[in-house]
Design a protein around this ligand. Structure first.
Ligand code: HEC
Length: 328
């Protein structure tokens, strides 16, 4: 079924009217009016195959037949870290106008002549179905920021040393100049019933308006070493207390993803601020038997330790921004 924006706006207005009447619209429920604003994925798939797959590939991996002719490889739309660094509005804009003057290679053409606004919205919905969108981790999300930090190189000497020492047993000695680069998404709620989450740019004035009390938590896209070699890409969500609220693999093979997700689920609820991470899902009596579980314990502990230090980098900047007001 195709859902057009005007109908959704009607729904949105209806929910606003309910608020105005003071009727009980539970605050903790999914915002009314957000779900129907999703474009039509089936139509988006069709349009993507016609217009985009030649470069980006049928699977969105960036490996379309025209890739060999391009100097810049087409973006991998399955990469949550890359794709969530653009909000829906930015994706609309880049698809309609092309990459030129938008900080990406002008090999990416504009499609404003081929696709109208609703069709572009459907393509955005399809793009979002190829990776884990941030709202998968925190449905109440309204605004977010993204930044890549070189962990172990920021803040004063003590802070840097502390980060490097805490990570040493998990990732080895860190180069004090290079650090360990990681991208962190920090998510906020606002209760403004936005159509879709907004990416707040790295502008000090905009960042200063983000309130610590509205912070939902952090999302990171990381890689575990697989139990049989290879890499297992995962999306990890931490709440404000650094407790794991979600951890899933982004692998597309359903059998493998199912197997890994069953294991990753066990870590939900583990971890908290100030605690030295050492996760265990194995009964001490079975230690010799369950090698795969032991492997996951170690890998998840390592990834979590890195995620916490990356989130600490955000909080360091947050403290610097707000030391003068009373939020700290
Ligand atoms: C002629 C080849 C080509 C076609 C056709 C094409 N793209 Fe791209 N696209 C690229 C290249 C190359 C990049 C990488 C640009 C870069 O990383 O600097 C890119 C990047 C992107 C990005 C990431 C932009 C960013 O902000 O970094 C998005 C989103 C995207 N394409 C969507 C689409 C969609 C949707 C379509 C179809 C409607 C499409 N592309 C068709 C070549 C193409």
């Amino acid at each position: 079924m195709r859902l057009h924006i005007p109908r959704c706006l009607t729904l949105l207005t209806a929910s606003c009217a309910l608020f105005a009447l003071g009727l009980a619209v539970a605050q903790e429920e999914e915002p009314v009016g957000r779900a129907p604003l999703v474009g039509d994925v089936a139509n988006g798939t069709r349009l993507y195959r016609m217009n985009c797959a030649v470069c980006h590939g049928f699977d969105g991996s960036g490996a379309g037949p025209a890739k060999v002719t391009l100097r810049t490889p087409p973006a991998d739309h399955r990469d949550g870290s890359l794709m969530n660094a653009r909000d829906d509005r930015m994706l609309m804009d880049v698809i309609r106008a092309g990459c030129a003057n938008r900080g990406c290679s002008k090999a990416m053409p504009g499609f404003s002549a081929a696709l109208d606004d609703l069709e572009t919205w459907d393509v955005v919905a399809y793009l979002r179905s190829l990776h884990l969108p941030l709202s998968f981790f925190f449905p109440r999300l309204d605004q977010y920021v993204v930044k890549t930090y070189a962990i172990g190189t920021l803040g004063n000497e003590d802070f840097q040393k502390g980060q490097r020492e805490r990570l040493q047993e998990h990732v080895g000695k860190l180069d004090p100049k290079q650090g360990l680069p990681h991208t962190v998404f920090t998510l906020f709620r606002e209760d403004k019933h936005r159509v879709s989450p907004e990416l707040v740019p790295q502008d000090p004035r905009r960042l200063a308006l983000l309130k610590k009390e509205s912070k939902l938590g952090y999302v990171l896209f990381l890689e575990l070493a697989g139990p049989r070699g290879g890499k297992v890409p995962v999306g990890l969500a931490l709440d404000r207390n650094y407790t794991i609220t979600k951890m899933v693999t982004t692998l597309t093979d359903p059998a493998l993803a199912g197997e890994y997700n069953k294991r990753l689920e066990k870590y939900v609820g583990m971890g908290q601020r100030g605690e030295k991470p050492a996760f265990s899902t194995v009964n001490p009596k079975d230690k010799a038997k369950d090698k795969v579980a032991l492997h996951f314990d170690k890998e998840v502990t390592r990834t979590y330790a890195v995620a916490v230090e990356a989130a600490n980098c955000f909080e360091l900047e947050e403290r610097d921004r707000s030391w003068a007001d009373d939020t700290f």
